[in-house]
Design a binder for this molecule. Sequence first.
Ligand code: MSP
Length: 484
Amino acid sequence: MTKYFVTTPIYYVNDKPHLGHAYTTLCADVLARWHKQKEEEVFFLTGTDEHGAKVQESAIQADLEPLVFANQNAEQFKNAWSNLNISYDYFIRTSDSNHESVVKELLQKIFDNGYIYQDKYEGLYCVGCEKFLQEDDLVNGKCPLHPNAEPIQQKETNYFFKLSAFSDKLLQALDNKDYIIVPETRKNEVVGKIIKGLQDISISRVGVSWGVAVPWDKSQTIYVWVDALINYYSATKFTHQGKGFWPANLHLMAKDILWFHAVIWPALLMAADLPLPGTIAAHGFFTIDGQKMSKSLGNVIDPNDLVKEFGVEAARYLIMAEVPFVSDGDVSLSRFRQRYQSDLANGLGNTFSRVTNMMERYFSDYKFEPYSEEIINKNLNLSLTKEKIINSINNFRFNDALDYIMTETRRIDREIEERKPWQLAKESKLLDVKLLLSNWVSILIMISGLLEPFMPETSKKIINVFKAEKIVKSEPLFPRLDKK
Ligand code: MSP
């Protein structure tokens, strides 16, 4: 059986999930379901990133022990993913002791391989990003992603990872396509930065007690990013579901953390003699009025609110349809409402009820030839559309895939208006009506198959209606907002 291992970032547990987190997680869910549909053996991993200064500080502010604080917030992520019907196989928390053991083992291995040494570090640190800032990272002296926070001056004796030793190896690996960075434009940015030169990075902290102790020096904890990245590997070591799954096929994330995944992570793996992941794919930011949606800016949309307003299936659809994977996209509740009405209530839902209504009316006893690949292959337009949708999903163009699907439902609607089956029925041209309906049913069944990873329940409902002995008009799939 072909294996498919897909991951989301593990989210900082200082925050509640917002639409940005939901988007990455849904992309992973769609791909996990897509590969399950192809009968592959899938391992879908998500979780929470719990150590480090940022979580430690938030716990102090909440007046809680870090672990108690983390327990509460990890639960919020699990709840949100359950509300969105996310089909993850394992939820990892970096405070899990079995994860911590693997982190120690791996760091020891890298140390034994000669890639870790001790040195002094002095520089600016952004707690929000949990990262040292270089001069050219700064905008007006601040981290561009955390403009409301002052970077802190840090001066410590730390352990360092010899990242500089991996420039050529990383470039070579990218050249050989040992691993791939998507999209190409971001790959080129990463390559450009590697060519400019890699500096060694500090990978331990003296002042942060909330973390995994450095195995050979208990006075330091392991830098939160190293601890976090290793989750992808550790989950394949100690979970039953993950056994034998390393290397990952796909790490998904937004562009903010591409560097960690596309440069630091592969270098750590090389240093530990482990195979590299297949693809590292970074999407753009969800923005509100042009600004990145984030807790620190306070401009978030809660995915649970979308589920409450539109239902889980529609919420999944809206989040995936609204923005292209590669670019930033502005989102707003009013645009989600508009899209719900146009694509779902008046679109797919309405088309489906019109078709099932006519089936009930004219052919309640008639059994249509069930959808088959043959019907599709005979219909050039349909097979081309199917190709386009499959291609889009395989290339992270989820919004395009959904757009093609909606174009098909609009095409059915237009044909209904043009061919006026009720007129044909009045003229007793039932054979014509039958042919039209059978074509529309095929299209609907085809698109509901392709919709399955996005809207699993809707897809099931549509297919079940057409599979039934007797087709009856269905309840509206997506009630109009004014009627809700
Ligand atoms: N804990 C690290 C990741 C460690 S992975 C080994 C982290 N966590 S985070 O909570 O800040 O999550 C960042 C990720 O959340 C982004 O890469 C992206 O997947 C998602 N998003 C957070 N805000 C987002 C937007 N405004 N827009 C799109 N995705 C966003 O970084």
